[in-house]
Write a protein of this length. Structure first.
Length: 114
């Protein structure tokens, strides 16, 4: 069972940027697409960005053009660069496989507020 540890969250003003990291305890290569999810208070967890083993990406409409997902298979790490942040991006962010998810990590809190 791979364990996931997210980091990089924090408090940022609207328009600001953050870079999230997700470190896996084991190899993520060959395990298919990885994704970043988020869950805002009172809302369901949603997939906002995904990346395949070969680097193909897909984004939710709400973050397209602002967020960039990347992965470093050698370091077993997935990243999420978030630019032009909005208050509605406030949530706990998690990473996981897109299909056949492992146990969830603790997530990292992102708060966008003046």
């Amino acid at each position: 069972q791979v364990q996931l540890v997210e980091s990089g969250g924090g408090l940022v003003q609207p328009g600001g940027s953050l870079r999230l990291s997700c470190a896996a305890s084991g190899s993520i290569f060959g395990f298919g697409a990885m994704g970043w999810y988020r869950q805002a208070p009172g809302k369901q967890r949603e997939l906002v960005a995904a990346i395949t083993n070969t680097g193909g990406t897909n984004y939710a409409d709400s973050v397209k053009g602002r967020f960039t997902i990347s992965r470093d298979n050698a370091k077993n790490t997935v990243y999420l660069q978030m630019n032009s942040l909005k208050p509605e991006d406030t949530a706990v962010y998690y990473c996981n496989r897109v299909v056949g998810r492992w146990a969830w990590g603790q997530g990292t809190q992102v708060t966008v507020s003046p």
